[in-house]
Design a protein around this ligand. Structure first.
Ligand SMILES: *Cc1c(COP(=O)(O)O)cnc(C)c1O
Length: 460
C-alpha cells in the first residue's frame, strides 16, 4: 500500500472555541474605507480569518494556561524568571537571559550596547524593527543575503543564507572594527520565512571568528528553520528539532527573541547572550527601558507561559503540523495559479503582488492594494510586505524592495484545514478579477514604521 499518504494532523484536540463574526460585503466595504485601506487599522471584530500576523496570535495549551495560574508576581526574583532562565539555557543554549516585553525591547537594548555611530551591521535581509533600532543607535544596515532571496521564482532550498562574499567585501571595505556584529535571522521573515542552512551558519561562524566579529541571532522563528534543516539538509534527517535548534544557536554569540512567534505566547521576548560583559550592561539598561532584570516588562505569569511554550515549540510533532498547515495552504494557492513565493516558507504564504497585479506600478502600492481586495472579498485579513513596509531612506527617498508581497501569516494552533480552504478560494477569486483592480495613493504617512498607520485612497 505504498500510495497511502502519511499525513500530518494537529497533535492536540480542541477544548475551547472562540466564535467568529461573519460580515457582509457592504460591511467590509465600509470597514476597509474607514481603515484607510490599511489592514492594520481594521477592527479585529470586523475580521473573519485573521492572517495579519503570527505574532502573539498563537493558541496557548492547557499547560500554558495552567502555568499562568502559577505566576509569582513578586517585583524582584520571581520564581517564573528562574524557570524561564533554566529553559532558555536548556533548550536554546544561551548563558544569560534578560527578559523584555517583546522582541523590539531586546533589539533596542542590544543595539544601544553594541552599536556606535558610523558602524555597519550586515544582516541576511532587514527586518523592520531590527533595522530601525540599528539606525537609531547610529548604525547602518547592509544586506548580505544571497541573491536568490530577492527572487520570488528561485526554488533554492535555503534562501535565508548569507552570501559570504558580500560579507567579506564589507569587512574589506569598512574594516572589522566598524562591524560590531552580524545580524543573522533564522526563517527570514521578509524573504518569505525562508530558512538558513546549518552549513551556512557554520561558515558564517568561521569567517566572523577569524575577524573577531560577533554573530547576533534573531531567533524569532528558529524552530521553524530547524524543521527545514531536518527536512532538507543532509545529515539532519534523524536529528530532533531540539537538537537542531541548539546547534544553530551554538554558532552565534547571543540572540534577540520575539516569543510572540515560535514560543507560543501572546506577549514576551528576551535578549540572551553568552558574553558576561554584554550581559552586565544589558541587565543594567533593561531597568531603564523595560523593568527590573527579573521581569523585563513581563508579568510573572507571562514568563511561566513562555517557559512552557518554548518547550512545546521544539517538539517534532508540533513543528511538523505547524509547517504542514502552511504548506497545505501554499499548495492550494499553487493549484489555483495564484503566484506565491517558493519554496513555501515556515510561517505563512507570501503572494507575489508584482506578478498578481503586473499593471500596478510600485508607486501605486500593489501589495497594499491586494491586501485590501482580499479583505473585501472574504473578510480574511492579510498584510503588505512591500514598498510601504520598506519605508524611506535617511535622505527621504522610498526604498523600492524587489519583493512586493502580501503575507498570509498563519497563527499557530488556531485555524483548521477548512479555514485554509476558504483562504485559498478567496485569493483565487480575487485573482480571477485581477485585471479590474486599480492601485492606491497614500494620503497619510507617519514618520516611523509607516506600514502600521499609513492611510490610502483608491485611484480611479
Ligand atoms: C516580530 C519580529 C521582531 C520584533 O519582535 P516584536 O515582538 O514584534 O517586538 C523581530 N524580528 C523578527 C524576524 C520578527 O518577526
Amino acid at each position: 500500500m505504498t500510495n497511502i499518504k502519511n499525513s500530518w494532523a494537529e497533535p492536540y484536540k480542541i477544548k475551547m472555541v472562540e466564535l467568529l463574526k461573519m460580515t457582509t460585503p457592504a460591511q467590509r466595504k465600509k470597514a476597509m474605507k474607514d481603515a484607510g485601506y490599511n489592514t492594520f487599522l481594521l477592527k479585529s471584530e470586523d475580521v473573519y480569518i485573521d492572517l495579519l500576523t503570527d505574532s502573539g496570535t498563537s493558541a496557548m495549551s492547557d499547560r500554558q494556561w495552567a502555568g499562568m495560574m502559577l505566576g509569582d508576581e513578586a517585583y524582584a526574583g520571581s520564581r517564573n524568571f528562574y524557570n524561564l532562565e533554566r529553559v532558555v539555557k536548556d533548550v536554546y543554549g544561551y548563558k544569560y537571559l534578560i527578559p523584555t516585553h517583546q522582541g523590539r525591547g531586546a533589539e533596542n537594548i542590544l543595539s544601544k550596547i553594541l552599536i556606535k555611530k558610523g558602524d555597519i551591521i550586515p544582516g541576511n535581509m532587514y527586518f523592520t524593527t531590527t533595522r530601525l533600532h540599528q539606525e537609531l543607535a547610529g548604525g547602518k544596515f547592509e544586506d548580505i543575503i544571497i541573491d536568490e532571496a530577492h527572487d520570488s521564482e528561485s526554488e533554492f532550498p535555503f534562501k535565508g543564507n548569507v552570501d559570504m562574499s558580500k560579507l567579506e567585501r564589507l569587512i574589506k571595505k569598512y574594516g572589522a572594527e566598524k562591524i560590531p556584529y552580524v545580524s543573522v535571522a533564522t526563517s527570514v521573515n521578509m524573504a518569505g520565512g525562508q530558512p538558513i542552512s546549518m552549513k551556512n551558519l557554520r561558515e558564517l561562524r568561521a569567517l566572523t571568528k577569524k575577524h573577531g566579529i560577533r554573530v547576533i541571532h534573531d531567533m524569532t522563528r528558529v524552530a521553524e528553520n530547524a524543521y527545514f534543516i531536518q527536512q532538507r539538509e543532509k545529515g539532519y534527517e534523524k536529528k530532533t528539532i531540539r537538537e537542531i535548534v541548539k546547534e544553530i544557536n551554538s554558532y552565534t554569540d547571543g540572540a534577540t527573541m520575539s516569543a510572540k512567534k515560535d514560543a507560543l505566547v501572546n506577549i514576551g521576548g528576551f535578549l540572551a547572550v553568552n558574553d558576561w560583559d554584554v550581559f552586565e550592561e544589558a541587565r543594567n539598561m533593561v531597568v531603564v527601558y523595560e523593568g527590573l532584570h527579573t521581569y523585563g516588562g513581563l508579568a510573572g505569569r507571562d514568563m511561566e507561559a513562555m517557559a512552557i511554550g518554548i518547550e512545546e515549540s521544539v517538539s517534532d510533532e508540533h513543528i511538523r503540523a505547524r509547517v504542514g498547515q502552511v504548506i497545505y495552504l501554499g499548495q492550494k494557492m499553487i493549484e489555483y495559479n495564484v503566484p506565491i513565493v517558493k519554496p513555501i516558507g515556515g510561517h505563512g504564504i507570501f503572494v507575489d503582488a508584482k506578478k498578481f497585479l503586473p499593471h500596478i506600478s510600485q508607486d501605486a502600492f500593489p501589495a497594499q492594494t491586494l491586501a485590501a481586495e482580499i479583505y473585501l472579498d472574504s473578510g480574511v485579513r492579510t498584510m503588505e510586505r512591500g514598498v510601504v513596509s520598506a519605508g524611506r531612506k535617511a535622505n527621504g527617498d522610498n526604498y523600492y524592495p524587489k519583493l512586493e508581497l502580501v503575507r498570509f501569516t498563519i497563527p499557530r494552533r488556531v485555524y483548521t484545514q477548512a479555514h485554509m480552504d476558504v483562504i485559498a478560494e478567496s485569493a483565487a477569486r480575487v485573482y480571477e478579477r485581477r485585471d479590474k483592480i486599480k492601485g492606491m495613493k497614500m494620503i497619510y504617512e507617519p514618520k516611523y514604521l509607516r506600514f502600521f498607520q499609513a492611510k490610502f485612497e483608491k485611484l480611479t
